[in-house]
Design a protein around this ligand. Structure first.
Ligand code: ATP
Ligand code: MG
Length: 265
């Protein structure tokens, strides 16, 4: 677990089409305490993925700093693991060999890597599928394997970019409960991007609401609901009030243009 400090971060791209600069994230600051679960919501295109990629060290910021326990980061590092929306497992490797892969890349001996991979597969409920191939798993199971792969390298910061959005509604709810269980068993500083507001509240200690592009922090809301939370917490007045508050803060995506937005909800 590590404290993550994002300070005054500005990230931009040069658009290939016209060589114009595009600011994706602007002067954004927040701190995730060690072991804290921070969810990020915001309109499509506001810079959420860019923010995660910058924390992962895959994109260089134009301005600002990111630090882990006070140490500035510069480029990718094994202490930060990313979970993407689509599992991207290697189809020719068994589930076990997929989960062990990151460790092997780090130079961990195969037997030891497979031992750790088995522990992580047990944690995500896939112990019996270690020898299966990704194509033999359902979408939800693939996403569990993906999570096991990220956890195997024992990251101090876990970065999740809409990890459940490819799943059907029922599996998604089930996976939300599973993610909570896994996080409680293995507390990790987590930055979790989602479009699903109830999912953000259910999982997080805090929800950051970003503005439309370029993304800035519009609100930083604490979720004071005791854990473990059952899925039925989503029907309690405190939960519904927070959900309504976040809905009211969310802006239309900038690329949808100005419109009265009356059809949006
Ligand atoms: N590689 C890139 N090159 C140029 N522009 C990019 C690149 N990646 C993202 N952008 C631009 O940066 C802005 C933010 O994109 P980003 O993917 O971070 O948004 P997002 O909040 O993750 O959106 P979504 O919710 O749809 O996933 C967008 O305007 C997008 O067009
Ligand atoms: Mg995105």
């Amino acid at each position: 677990m590590a404290r993550l400090d994002v300070q005054n971060l500005t990230v931009g791209y040069v658009m290939k089409r016209n060589q114009r600069d595009l600011t994706a994230v602007q002067e954004l600051s927040f701190t995730a305490r060690a072991g804290e679960f921070v969810a990020i919501v915001g309109p499509s295109g506001c810079g959420k993925t860019t923010l995660l990629h910058t924390i992962a060290g895959l994109v260089a910021p134009q301005q600002g700093q990111i630090a882990l326990d006070g140490r500035p980061i510069d480029g990718p590092g094994r202490e930060r693991a990313m979970v993407f929306q689509s599992p991207a497992l290697l189809p020719w490797r068994s589930v076990l060999r997929n989960v062990a892969y990151g460790l092997e890349l780090q130079g961990v001996a195969r037997r030891q890597a497979e031992g750790i991979a088995r522990e992580c597969l047990a944690l995500v409920g896939l112990a019996d599928f270690a020898e299966s191939y990704p194509g033999e798993l359902s979408g939800g199971m693939q996403q569990r394997a993906n999570l096991a792969r990220a956890l195997a390298v024992q990251p101090t910061v876990l970065l999740c970019d809409e990890p459940l959005s490819a799943l059907d509604a029922q599996t998604r709810e089930y996976m939300q409960a599973e993610l909570q269980r896994i996080w409680l068993e293995r507390p990790t500083t987590t930055v979790y991007v989602t479009h699903h507001i109830a999912e953000a509240i259910f999982l997080a200690d805090r929800v950051l609401v970003l503005s439309a592009s370029p993304g800035r922090i519009k609100a930083d809301l604490a979720v004071d609901l005791p854990r473990p939370r059952s899925l039925s917490v989503q029907r309690t007045p405190a939960f519904l009030a927070l959900e309504e508050r976040i809905w009211s803060l969310l802006e239309r995506p900038a690329w949808l243009g100005a419109n009265d937005g009356s059809a949006a909800r």
